[in-house]
Design a protein around this ligand. Structure first.
Ligand code: GLC
Length: 619
């Protein structure tokens, strides 16, 4: 059917004043959208009818988009690289831990502004499953705020207040699975065939066993296997994560249409960035690990085209914790844009490897494997997050020297669980194989030695290590995101061990409640939280003044630094030097530079004390 037929279904719903703009956006994105969806679903006899209905539903969501958000769309469409600025800074928190509820988060807006935050990722706050819910990652309703955290009206009020403060709200959009008490799951359990078809359900173990031959496991100890028998379905549901998180079947076009509409309804509430959870797992294919499949990328590109038509001010962020070589695809290309932002999990993990090994070999390899990105796309850089630091993404880089990467990464994991005389206090996350590494958990402060520090000198070293990792995230050329508590050097939280529903999942070590006492000390540099907060805030301020540090400004790895160090040039005028080792290192500067932190001129041979970092601008 000609393109016009589909475009008209969308345009028909719009008022006269909206139609010309929509027509322009459709001209740019509708052919791409139709090609992608035809590739995924075009074989079906009802494809044209389905696509027509999808366009009509997009039209209704376009019409419902509030005027102030439409204005934001127009502003951002005119400046599509707005989020690559060195003034962008992210902050991530659980609503309940940071503010108690959504209104409590609003109270903390001045604190975020003071830190320079312009992007707030609130971890899942939509209605989760009753009981265990994987920290909210098992969603029962995409249209309802978790009543424990507030109401939909509170969310609307928060997004409006954040917008006024210049902070974009980022929400998780958990599109790989829903909770087993989501309306679709309940209907499927009640015998509704249409609802059952939203999931991957198998009558017996035949197909699950065939798939299992090549699948990995995310939670091998607490949720082994990828399928769960569900009595009410009299069958096996695909459950990549916990048994109560049922994977959606994107081979069914109804799933795509429903999820796209759910995303846009949230966008119309003022959510500006969507963290697309577990994107790697969206498409299943026998004989593979069912990750990073071409169709998963087509689905994401189709979602992007839809956002570009209905809500072009909105950003999509890919959470795909996959090897470095698989990452760039999530940002797409100039011809086929996908997400705007992708977590650089390899860079994050490699920073920690550099600390453990006191050698930047793996980190340099990751940087060498990090390609230039298409326009209006960026990496997300971070020191840690609410999940474990996953080591397996570094398999390729950790064996680049010809060694055994599993053994090497397992050593790193042992280091961060405190073995072998290490300063770190953390926990090794689940692994099927005791000799292989899965991930490590712990707050940055505890993993860098603050919790184990006894002397002033040890405390100072821990602070330097924390700042070093933050300095890497801030200066790499990315959208950096701080994780709540790290700015105040908060340590591990062991309270999860007393909560039966969390005790088996050590990721809760790094999910503490915001520490009001530390917060009160944030200006007092004689205290640890104050020293951390002020030093970090200073780096943020310096970064915001240097466009050489923008996400899309050039970056070059310098090869003349010793193995324990990392030297990154940001264009001709900015240089960061980082010592990841416990030994002093020297570096010969060419020309005269200015230390942006100490505010003094530097030249000649520079000595970097253990874990020291310099941010230098050319004089
Ligand atoms: C993502 C989340 C993680 C969650 C998983 C399943 O990886 O970051 O916390 O357990 O998805 O939703």
């Amino acid at each position: 059917m000609p393109s016009k037929v589909f475009s008209d279904r969308l345009l028909a719903v719009l008022s006269d004043d909206l139609r010309p703009q929509a027509a322009r956006r459709l001209a740019a994105a509708e052919p791409v959208l139709r090609r992608l969806l035809a590739g995924l679903y075009g074989e079906r006899a009802d494809f044209d009818a389905w696509l027509g209905d999808l366009m009509a539903s997009l039209g209704a969501l376009y019409a419902a988009r509030p005027a102030e958000l439409r204005a934001l769309d127009a502003q951002r469409a005119a400046q599509p690289e707005w989020f690559l600025s060195q003034r962008m800074l992210g902050y991530c928190a659980y609503v309940q831990n940071f503010g108690g509820d959504l209104n409590g988060v609003a109270v903390r807006i001045p604190y975020l502004r003071e830190l320079g935050v312009s992007y707030l990722h609130l971890l899942p706050f939509l209605r989760p499953r009753e009981g265990e819910n994987d920290g909210g990652f098992a969603v029962s309703s995409f249209d309802e705020v978790d009543p424990a955290l507030g109401s939909n009206a509170d969310l609307d009020a928060l997004t409006a207040q954040l917008r006024v403060a210049g902070i974009s709200l980022c929400s998780d959009f958990i599109l790989n699975h829903v909770a087993d008490d989501h309306a679709w799951a309940l209907a499927a359990k009640a015998g509704d065939a249409g609802a059952r078809a939203m999931f991957h359900v198998f009558p017996d173990r035949d197909m699950p066993d065939r798939y299992e031959r090549t699948l990995g496991q995310v939670f091998p100890q607490v949720a082994p296997g990828n399928f769960s028998f569900v009595e009410a379905l009299d069958g096996w549901a695909w459950t990549t994560f916990y048994p109560y998180q049922w994977d959606l079947n994107y081979a069914n076009p109804a799933v795509f249409a429903e999820m796209a509409a759910a995303l846009l309804r949230l966008a119309n509430r003022g959510i500006e960035v969507f963290r697309l959870d577990s994107t790697a797992f969206l498409w299943k294919r026998e004989g593979t690990n069912s990750m990073n499949q071409p169709e998963a990328h087509q689905l994401l590109q189709a979602l992007r085209a839809i956002v570009d038509i209905v809500a072009p001010g909105v950003l999509l962020k890919a959470e795909a914790i996959v090897p470095t070589r698989e990452l760039p695809a999530y940002l797409g290309s100039a011809a086929a844009p996908e997400c705007h932002i992708a977590y650089h999990s390899s860079l994050m993990a490699a920073g920690w490897v550099a600390l453990a090994e006191q050698d930047t070999g793996v980190l340099r390899e990751v940087i060498r494997n990090t390609p230039a990105l298409p326009a209006a796309a960026t990496w997300l850089s971070y020191v840690r997050c609410h999940d474990d630091i996953g080591w397996n993404v570094l398999r390729a880089e950790a064996s680049a020297d010809g060694g055994d990467s599993a053994a090497r990464l397992a050593r790193v994991a042992r280091f961060f669980s405190g073995a072998e005389g290490s300063y770190a206090i953390g926990a090794a996350f689940q692994s099927t194989d005791p000799n292989a590494a899965h991930g490590s958990n712990g707050m940055a402060a505890s993993l860098t030695g603050l919790q184990s520090a006894v002397t002033e000198e040890e405390r100072a070293l821990a602070l330097s290590r924390m700042l070093l990792l933050h300095g890497l995230a801030l200066s790499f050329g990315a959208l950096p995101v701080l994780y709540m508590g790290d700015e105040l050097a908060m340590e591990n939280d062991y309270s999860y061990l007393h909560r039966p529903q969390h005790a088996m999942d050590s990721r809760w070590l790094q999910r503490p409640v915001f520490d009001q006492q530390r917060w009160k000390h944030r200006y007092d540099v004689s205290t640890v939280p104050g020293a951390m907060h002020q030093a970090l805030a200073k780096l943020v301020r310096i970064r915001s003044r240097h466009d050489a540090l923008a996400a899309n400004a050039p970056r070059a790895l310098l090869t003349d630094a010793p193995d324990g160090m990392l030297a990154l040039a940001r264009g001709e005028r900015f240089l960061t030097l980082m010592n990841f080792s416990g030994q002093a290192q020297t570096y010969a500067l060419q020309g005269v530079w200015r230390d942006c932190v100490a505010e003094q001129a530097m030249s000649g041979t520079l000595v970097l004390e253990p874990y020291a970092m310099y941010w230098l601008e050319r004089e």
